[in-house]
Ligand binder design. Structure first.
Ligand code: MTE
Ligand code: MO
Length: 384
């Protein structure tokens, strides 16, 4: 039954690669992320459990804020729309495991390439405005997010996923309670009628089918918050030390290691044109390449492209983001010395000077935050 529903929902999607059916997980091939605003039909899907019951009346969907607040609030979508200032921001939503398949040896989890990401226009209200109405107590330190979806065995007793953020992140203007995506009512598969969007941080914080935000006096401990979930080994060296050292030998089980929760996602770029495998006519000496880049909480400082394994780089032209957490689009003309096989590689650098690595660095058992450079192979002239 659940399986049928899952398949039905993916039929509204165009060209996604299925990574798992139950729970439903599908990513977007990089060349389909060529739009400034990712169309809903191309937006990736990540579920950790089964789907909840769809509802007929989105306006009466209710969610609760309770815990360390002066007043518990039970608000419908209709009330959210009229009681708080509405905001629309274009923002990147990216799975914490995006890029995981490039880790060697293989890390635990869905084998995302670079397509566990999309950038949509999200409309809603700032969670902070609603939290201020509830009145945060001094003991309010963390959020805990709850959705209506049962876990992957169909149990409503256990949350499929329940993560949370420090109060400061919850109070950022761009952390939204969202009911519309690209100007349309938020689709069911993306969490409609109501979801959170917590930009810049792992997508798992952006709770779909939102029913409750529990304000807590300590770090939240729901599924997805404990053990090795969304955690990275702590680097033994100060952050200024930028060599690609590995705090954990690849393949280790991670037992007994010190970890921290993954917050901001690392800088990443993708090549969205040409598509991997494209062939150009013999004699082509100049090609146009373009793509997107984003950097979690940070800004993209520059994007560089190479066709010779990094021997020389061409700086790409980048667009200005519309608002914080929007991605930048980039393009460049590359000169080719002759016919043959080339690999186009893009490298983004954030405003703190951190660039993407050539090889997957920072291996960790659950495979988070792999931001290795994206590589696209093309050929000029006949097959050799
Ligand atoms: N209720 C609920 N919300 C959820 C999830 C989930 O399984 N259940 N998955 C999370 C994860 S891991 C990601 S990456 C994003 C994906 O959002 P999307 O399916 O709209 O692309 O939703 C997040 N919100
Ligand atoms: Mo995710």
């Amino acid at each position: 039954m659940q399986d049928k529903k899952a398949r039905f929902d993916l039929s509204a999607k165009e060209g996604l690669s299925l990574l798992g059916e139950t729970p439903l997980v599908a990513e977007t091939p990089e060349e389909l992320l060529d739009d400034e605003t990712t169309p809903i039909a191309r937006f990736f899907v990540r579920n950790n459990g089964l789907l909840p019951q769809p509802v007929d009346d989105a306006e009466s969907w209710t969610f609760t804020i309770d815990g360390e607040v002066e007043r518990r609030l039970d608000l419908t979508v209709a009330q959210l729309k009229c009681r708080f200032p509405q905001k629309t921001f274009r923002m990147v939503l990216e799975c914490g495991g995006n890029g995981r398949s490039f880790f060697e040896p293989e890390a635990e989890g869905n084998p995302w390439t670079h397509g566990g990401v999309g950038c949509a226009e999200w409309t809603g209200v700032s969670l902070g405005d609603v939290l201020r109405e509830a009145g945060l107590k001094e003991t309010a330190l963390f959020t805990g997010h709850f959705g209506a979806d049962p876990d992957k065995h169909g149990s409503h007793e256990r949350q499929a996923m329940s993560r949370g953020v420090p109060i400061a992140k919850a109070l950022e203007e761009h952390t939204l309670l969202v009911w519309a995506m690209n100007g349309e009512p938020l689709p069911f598969i993306h969490g409609g009628p109501l979801r959170l969007v917590v930009p810049g941080w792992p997508g798992s914080l952006s709770q779909k089918w939102l029913t409750r935000i529990w304000i807590r006096d300590r770090e939240h401990d729901g599924p997805g918050m404990t053990g090795l979930s969304y955690r990275l080994p702590i680097r033994p060296l100060p952050p200024a030390y930028r060599l690609p050292i590995r705090p954990l030998p690849p393949g280790s089980n991670g037992q007994g290691i010190e970890t921290r929760i993954l917050e901001s996602m690392p800088v990443r770029s993708i090549v969205t044109a040409p598509a991997d495998g494209r062939r150009y006519p013999e004699g082509t000496r100049s090609i146009e390449v373009r793509g997107a880049a984003w950097a979690g909480d940070d800004d993209v400082a520059r994007v560089d492209v190479t066709v010779n394994g990094g021997a020389t780089w061409t700086e790409a032209a980048t667009t200005l983001p519309r608002n914080r957490y929007d991605w930048v689009r980039w393009h460049a003309s590359l000169t080719l010395p002759g016919n043959g096989y080339y690999e186009i590689v893009a490298r983004a650098t954030d405003s703190q000077g951190r660039a993407q690595p050539f090889r997957a660095a920072n291996w960790n058992p659950n495979g988070y935050g792999c931001n290795v450079m994206h590589r696209v192979a093309v050929t000029v002239g006949p097959e050799v």
